[in-house]
Ligand binder design. Structure first.
Ligand SMILES: *Cc1c(COP(=O)(O)O)cnc(C)c1O
Length: 361
């Protein structure tokens, strides 16, 4: 070899596109492109972050015992079977790194999170995309696409950017149907926005090859802190901890997440506001000819006549200081993903799209 060369697959990785946050020349911009909590982090998390500052010369906990115990207590899970990561993205990466490699296949779904093919390629594995059915994960199609090479299946439930959900019965059918050498990862980034959903924790307890991932980035408003976690059988957790750096979570991140997890009052408020406003937003947009599927998340997927209309609406929203997300890269060219903001933000979105539709008529 005559020159330095990255490992196979690395140069096939398309860089992740984050949500835009500025519009040149427009003030009073509201960012509704990354499904962030419009109410910010819990005030208790902010306090915990500032309290942690005096100890920044100390290395953080390596085993995250305190945070795992709070999470375990809150969700009724065994803390020993929890692993924490720099966002759930890192937990997903541990899974791919530990369980997939060159020659292996990693299944993700048509409109699934764009990080799945990225982390599959990071591990040198081959991502395999499976079609969805009317913007819903299609269990039969996944089972049909599973081969002797399939090592991991990533399913987001509820989905991003679809906002739809599959039933517990369908999730169970998928877990039952997959071969035991294949891991099923249930990405529950939006589980807190579904009343009564356990995120797949019950399935983890029933199947040795099911993993649930969760995050503090969405309802807890800590996207900037990067804290996520996974729950699985003990032997899987033991494997993931071997590829985890000992100090992956900072002192500050651990303190913020623990305080946020303990603040039930703030959580309940954010959940209630989101549940109320996502229905209002969807209904108002439906009245003006912009339908969406019932949302189980903190965003709606607004559908337009075609790609041209979706892009024109996005351009217009930007002039109004509203940043939403184009999702053509998720095979949804005629749609825009709009985070459910606070009431003022939702009203501004409805007013702007009404003006856009009126102007177009
Ligand atoms: C936001 C999101 C995550 C969370 O990522 P973090 O790394 O925890 O910030 C994971 N999966 C999906 C589908 C998401 O939308």
């Amino acid at each position: 070899m005559t020159k330095i060369t990255p490992q196979p697959g690395i140069m096939d990785i398309a860089l992740y596109q984050g949500g835009q946050s500025h519009v040149a020349g427009v003030d009073n911009v509201i960012k509704l492109s990354s499904n962030e909590n419009p109410f910010g982090p819990s005030p208790k998390a902010i306090q915990a972050v500032s309290d942690s500052a005096a100890n920044l010369h100390r290395y953080p906990s390596t085993d995250h015992a305190s945070l795992r115990s709070v999470i375990g207590e809150k969700h009724g899970l065994d803390p020993a079977r929890i692993v924490c990561g720099v966002g759930s993205d890192e937990v997903l990466q541990f899974v791919a790194q530990a369980y997939a490699g060159p020659g292996d296949e990693v299944i993700h779904t048509e409109h699934g999170f764009s990080m799945y093919p990225i982390i599959a390629r990071m591990a040198g594995a081959t991502p395999v995309m499976v079609a969805e059915k009317n913007r819903h994960v299609d269990v039969d199609a996944i089972l049909a696409a599973t081969t002797a090479q399939t090592r991991i299946v990533f399913v987001t439930n509820p989905g991003n950017p679809t906002s739809t959900m599959i039933s517990d019965a369908d999730l169970t059918r998928l877990a039952q149907g997959l071969p035991r050498y294949c891991l099923m990862v249930i990405d529950g980034a939006y589980a807190e926005f579904v009343d009564g959903f356990d995120g797949g924790a019950g399935l983890v307890d029933r199947f040795p090859n099911v993993i649930m991932t969760r995050t503090f980035s969405k309802v807890y408003g800590l996207g900037g802190m990067r804290v996520g976690w996974g729950y699985a059988a003990q032997d899987i957790i033991d494997v993931l901890n071997r590829v985890r750096q000992p100090f992956n979570l900072s002192l500050t991140a651990l303190a913020a997440a623990e305080a946020a997890a303990r603040d039930e009052e703030f959580l309940t408020f954010c959940q209630a506001e989101n549940a109320r406003l996502r229905v209002w937003l969807a209904e108002e947009l439906a009245k003006i000819g912009v339908p969406s599927d019932p949302s189980f998340t903190n965003f709606i997927l607004a559908r337009f006549a075609d790609r041209a209309e979706a892009e024109a609406c996005d351009d217009f929203l930007k002039t109004q200081g509203l940043i939403v997300r184009r999702v053509a890269g998720y095979n949804l060219p005629n749609a825009l993903r709009i985070t459910v903001g606070d009431e003022e933000a939702c009203r501004r979105v409805v007013a702007a799209i009404t003006a856009f539709k009126g102007g177009a008529a």
